[in-house]
Design a protein around this ligand. Structure first.
Ligand code: ZN
Length: 184
């Protein structure tokens, strides 16, 4: 790296620049199975972290990205289910009802897809990247992506919930049938 790299927070420095997303292979298996720790204090660094994680997520065509997927073992994630980038820190899902089944993939398990049953409606609370309290009542795809990301914070992956008969690998370039799948 050159001498003109601008100073960044410690958390952001921990993200690998060339290949930021931790895959479920090698040492990544242990990382993605850890239970993350709550964020003790939402400092100014988290607003920048939200932007950096958002860039990584969009660059990978994902709609969600949890901190452990970039090697940060803290309870937070970003998502954008069509209403803009949102970060949730120390989230808790306080209500769940209904059910929905849909295809999911994971940026940490590239090419693998399967059907997962999730609650159709949830209420989640937490704080955003500025430390402001957030309480959201959401449904459909937004509820799905939040449940997928929340699981990552407990070391749970979509393959743990997926209907095994629907799990399948799609090779790059042959993506058409999973255009509707959540990728997070
Ligand atoms: Zn995932």
């Amino acid at each position: 790296m050159g001498a003109t790299v601008k100073p960044a927070g410690k958390l952001i420095n921990a993200i690998k620049r060339d290949d930021p997303i931790v895959k479920y292979e090698g040492e990544g298996r242990a990382i993605l199975r850890q239970v993350c720790k709550p964020v003790a204090k939402v400092t100014e660094e988290y607003a920048e972290l939200a932007e950096v994680m958002g860039e990584i997520m969009y660059a990978s065509n994902g709609i969600g990205l949890a901190a452990p997927q970039v090697g940060i073992m803290q309870r937070l994630f970003v998502y954008d289910a069509g209403d803009g980038l949102q970060m949730l820190i120390n989230p808790s899902i306080i209500q769940k009802r209904g059910a929905q089944i849909g295809s999911e993939g994971c940026l940490s398990l590239p090419g693998l897809y399967g059907d997962v049953e999730r609650a159709s409606h949830i209420v989640v609370k937490g704080v955003d990247q500025f430390g402001h309290p957030v309480r959201l009542r959401v449904e459909g795809m937004t509820a799905r992506v939040i449940q997928h990301e929340y699981d990552h914070l407990d070391g749970v992956l979509f393959i743990d919930h997926a209907d095994p008969e629907t799990l399948h690998i799609v090779t790059p370039g042959d993506h058409a049938e999973d255009d509707e799948a959540l990728e997070a």
